[in-house]
Ligand binder design. Structure first.
Ligand SMILES: Nc1ncnc2c1ncn2[C@@H]1O[C@H](COP(=O)(O)OP(=O)(O)OP(=O)(O)O)[C@@H](O)[C@H]1O
Ligand SMILES: [Mg+2]
Length: 205
């Protein structure tokens, strides 16, 4: 069963007075339940654009995306809520999903422990380092027990040791049948995936 199916996806950015940017020129792929897929590509090749379209955050210019209902998203720039504590940030997505409060806090605490941030749960995002914020963002993406996680460079700001811990966490996901689409520059990160695709000249190869 597939959790994601993409057909002939195209994306143009049109800005008045500028030449349109044709970023995606016909992307086709699908992801099965529990499958891990890495997407590599040069800076500016359209990886974040593709991931945003996959997650329903950006509209494609043409083509279709069929996706499962519960998706976790790790943004390249984290996008944590600055006025909420680390724990509150991680619990937040469970509210829209109607998860019981006790389970939500239990999941959030367990995930924050797994990413090594137990002693920072009462802190605000602004008091954390970049890598710590990235780990909070990962915990937040997993808290609802999604069927699919879309992650934009989840180890981009981490040292090798911490990055390896995060990759181990992502590897364990598929035991729970959670699929992963990860944009990365890291070959170590691509290695934990079942498949590696490259975004080149607007198509996946
Ligand atoms: N809102 C926008 N308006 C105009 N152009 C955009 C917009 N968003 C992205 N682009 C352009 O689309 C291209 C792809 O951007 P994107 O952020 O998807 O690249 P990326 O592969 O994620 O790069 P990086 O590895 O640096 O994160 C870039 O040339 C960028 O300038
Ligand atoms: Mg990007």
């Amino acid at each position: 069963m597939s959790v994601l199916e993409v057909k002939n996806l195209q994306k143009f950015f049109k800005i008045p007075g500028c030449k349109p940017v044709h970023v995606l020129k016909g992307v086709d792929f699908s992801v099965k339940s529990g499958e891990r897929v890495a997407i590599l590509g040069r800076s500016g090749s359209g990886k974040s654009t593709l991931l945003h379209i996959l997650g329903g955050l950006l509209k494609p210019s043409s083509g279709t995306v069929r996706r499962c209902a519960n998706i976790g998203f790790v943004f390249q720039a984290y996008h944590l809520m600055p006025e909420l504590t680390v724990l509150e940030n991680v619990v937040l997505p469970t509210m829209a999903r109607g998860m019981k409060k006790a389970k939500a806090y239990e999941n959030a605490s367990r995930l924050l422990n797994e990413v090594g941030l137990t002693d920072r749960i009462e802190h605000l995002p602004g008091e954390l380092s970049g890598g710590e914020r990235q780990r909070v963002a990962l915990a937040r993406a997993l808290v609802t027990e999604p069927e699919l996680v879309l992650a934009d460079e989840p180890t981009g700001n981490l040292d090798a040791m911490t990055g390896a811990g995060i990759l181990e966490m992502l590897t364990r996901l598929s035991n729970r049948k959670t699929a992963l689409v990860m944009v990365t520059h890291s070959l170590e990160a691509a290695e934990i995936c079942d498949r590696t695709l490259k975004l080149e000249n607007g198509i996946l190869v």
